[in-house]
Design a binder for this molecule. Structure first.
Ligand code: SAM
Length: 331
């Protein structure tokens, strides 16, 4: 069985696929105010191309493929893609990352087309504030989307909240209560300095230590540390006794967890990105469209992996830093 091992002996088993760089929300830490998406349809991978690339990654040992964006549910006929991916041998997990705006009408269909679990971004429970952070998002619709996902039977559903000093840090406790009341998991994400928007947002960075202090001061006697083998990804996870909820922190800035990185990213335009913080990429779209056969594309992937850096270097100035916005890379 082939596998992808990078130069730092990390096994790559996880591919994040951005299916569109369009988003119906414009969260100000994700894309800057003037950022427009002008990607032409011809530049974007077709579903057949995505399925082809994912199948090659599966042959190389990737077992988990997350659909992200932009907002993945904006991609027309996305259910056709989820069905195609569900038929690829070797994939055991196909989760979705979404802002939930379109889930009220789509959750059940997604569940019936192979999406068993979802991560949902929600940064505030105060309608006006939510609207401001997302530049015009609608909290009521998002909450209806979350409830539709619950009712569809997707499980687990994880809420992702980017915590920002002076913007929404006063909502840590109310977001935990919201998650507990609905039996959902919750992850608090530190702002990352990705792209112009992320670099500007770093002034409002709220550290993992502060987040954990707040969680412990409210729930200390009820918390147990989750077994790291049972948690999925870089979050430090705490279970809250007497509830179905776990809370965790994703702290790419305070706490560099790159030594356990198991992922690479595919953009909507077919670029394979090796690290969120690094410029290097290779176009798998161009490789496929130029007529390369499967073995040649797999060799290209394995060769690209030799450039995966040891860590993201968010905290230092290096030549190779990426200037892509998060909305182009899928988080
Ligand atoms: N539209 C989908 C969503 O809302 O989840 C998927 C794409 S979005 C880029 C994926 C995740 O990236 C979201 O949870 C978002 O909050 C997070 N994100 C975007 N920019 C970020 C930044 N600068 N720092 C930390 N997280 C960021």
């Amino acid at each position: 069985m082939s596998q992808i091992i990078d130069p730092f002996n990390r096994k790559i088993t996880y591919l994040r696929v951005s299916v569109t760089d369009h988003c119906n929300y414009r969260c100000h830490y994700c894309r800057d105010e003037d950022h427009q998406t002008h990607t032409k349809k011809s530049q974007v991978l077709t579903f057949e191309e995505i399925a082809k690339i994912v199948a090659l990654f599966a042959e190389l040992g990737v077992t988990k493929v997350r659909l992200t964006g932009g907002e993945p549910l904006l991609r027309k006929d996305i259910l056709d893609l989820t069905k195609m991916l569900g038929e690829i041998p070797g994939l055991s997990d196909i989760p979705l990352s979404t802002n939930a705006h379109l889930l009220p009408s789509m959750a059940l269909k997604l569940k019936n087309h192979g999406i068993n679990r979802a991560n949902i971004s929600i940064d505030s429970l105060i309608p006006e504030r939510f609207k401001e952070i997302t530049r015009d998002g609608n909290l009521d619709t998002v909450i209806r989307g979350i409830d539709a996902a619950i009712n569809s039977g997707m499980k687990p559903i994880k809420l992702n909240m980017v915590v920002m000093k002076g913007i929404n840090d006063d909502e840590i406790e109310s977001m935990i209560d919201f998650a507990i009341n609905r039996g959902l998991d919750l992850r608090f994400i530190e702002t990352m300095p990705i792209g112009l928007a992320g670099i500007e947002a770093i002034d409002r960075h709220y550290s993992e230590k502060n987040i954990l202090d707040r969680i412990y001061s409210s729930y200390g006697d009820k918390l147990t540390v989750a077994d790291s083998k049972q948690t999925d990804g870089p979050a430090k996870v705490l279970k809250i006794k007497g509830t179905n909820t776990s809370v965790g922190t994703i702290s790419a800035v305070s706490n560099n967890f790159c030594s356990s990185c198991n992922r690479v990213r595919l953009t909507a335009k077919g670029e394979l990105i090796l690290c969120l913080g690094q410029k290097d990429s290779v176009s798998l779209r161009d490789a496929i469209r130029s007529g390369m056969n499967d073995d040649q594309v797999k060799r290209l992937i394995l060769n690209a992996i030799t450039k995966k850096p040891e860590k993201h270097f968010f905290d230092s100035v290096v030549d190779n830093i990426s200037n892509r916005q998060m909305v182009e890379m899928g988080g």
